[in-house]
Design a protein around this ligand. Structure first.
Ligand code: SAM
Ligand code: SF4
Length: 326
């Protein structure tokens, strides 16, 4: 078991397959020109397999593949099929643009549920946020997955003044389709133009929704980061990920492996452990994993608190989201 100083058991690993992406979401990538990590410095298929297996032997029973965009990696299909042989619930977070090429592989790998990011239902705004003209492709792929009976969670990062006016359009989407919307509070990362006044909080979201709909609170599972709700009679549901205004660190069971093989014990942790170099040198990585988790802070990487009003993103010692793996 991988346990920290606060008795939190860590059984959920998020593996970033690459820091490369075919979109350019401004809230995820640094502003300046960004050079993707060369393939030789990324974990190779056999290294991902080896590290994943070590984590599974230590108690991990859920693995999420992420990035960057996991599906731009050439061997993404092979990685998915290989990890699906482990005794874990395998899932992924994707921008959805390439899902049509992977839908059969995902079925074959037994992946039933996945998260697809879509921050707006307006094509022009999609272009503004992602700097790419891919709205229709992503939207069509969501429909394709729904048709194939996948459990589809749609991640929407809510940013004040940009897309908070679309919250009820997303709720309306749940009326006739079994989509599960996850409204995410905007989080600060290195170089992502975050300011506290762009955070649209859970409280604000619930007010907007409550003005138009009756909502019921759903029962969450133990380690859920999202607080679930449903409009009675709607086929889909919605949930809110309130990292900034009401964090869920007390129940955290997550660990992260960046695409270049560094272990992070928290999305906001400035502390990293280089598992890939150790693995390449033939060293035992198990003590490194335990040591990393031993150093886990109580909340938010020890870098800020829910009182985020005076926080400056550049004061947080971290990477940009695209190099961490969300
Ligand atoms: N490329 C994939 C995608 O877009 O889903 C996977 C990687 S992406 C970094 C993972 C998730 O993090 C996405 O849902 C994205 O919207 C979210 N994300 C990125 N930057 C964020 C931020 N600053 N605040 C909140 N969520 C963020
Ligand atoms: Fe790419 Fe996902 Fe980041 Fe957007 S959020 S730039 S799709 S990794």
């Amino acid at each position: 078991m991988i346990t920290d100083r606060f008795n939190r058991v860590h059984n959920y690993l998020r593996i970033s397959l690459t820091d490369n992406c075919n979109l350019r979401c401004f809230y995820c990538m640094p502003e300046e020109e960004y050079e993707f990590t060369p393939a030789s410095r990324l974990m190779q298929l056999h290294e991902i397999e080896a590290l994943a297996k070590i984590f599974v032997d230590l108690g991990v029973n859920k693995i999420r593949l992420t990035g960057g965009e996991p599906l731009v990696r050439k061997d993404a299909g092979e990685i998915i099929l290989s990890l699906s042989k482990l005794p874990v619930k395998l899932t992924l977070t994707t921008n959805g643009s390439r899902l049509h090429e992977f839908v059969d592989t995902l079925g074959q790998a037994g992946v039933h549920s996945l998260n697809i990011s879509l921050d707006t239902l307006q094509p022009e705004k999609f272009q503004l946020i992602t700097r790419r003209d891919q709205f229709q492709k992503v939207y069509d792929n969501i429909q394709l997955l729904l048709k194939r009976n996948f459990h589809v969670k749609v991640n929407m990062v809510v940013m004040k003044g940009l897309n908070n006016n679309e919250i009820n359009d997303f709720i309306e989407w749940t009326r006739h389709e079994p989509v599960h919307i996850r409204f995410i509070e905007f989080m600060p990362f290195t170089g992502n133009r975050w300011t506290s006044n762009k955070v649209f909080t859970m409280q604000e979201m619930l007010e907007v929704i409550g003005k138009k709909y009756e909502v019921v609170r759903l029962q969450d599972e133990k380690h859920d980061t999202a607080k679930g709700y449903q409009v009675p009679g709607h086929r889909g549901t919605f949930a809110i990920i309130s990292t900034m205004s009401a964090n869920f660190c007390g129940e955290c069971n997550r660990m992260r492996l960046t695409a270049d093989g560094k272990m992070k014990n928290c999305l906001f942790s400035g502390y990293e452990t280089d598992l890939l170099s150790a693995l390449r040198k033939g060293e035992d990585v198990i003590p490194l994993i335990h040591q990393n988790i031993y150093n886990k802070a109580k909340e938010l990487g020890g870098q800020f608190t829910t009182d985020f009003e005076h926080l400056h993103a550049e004061d947080i010692h971290n990477r940009s989201m695209i190099t961490i793996g969300g």
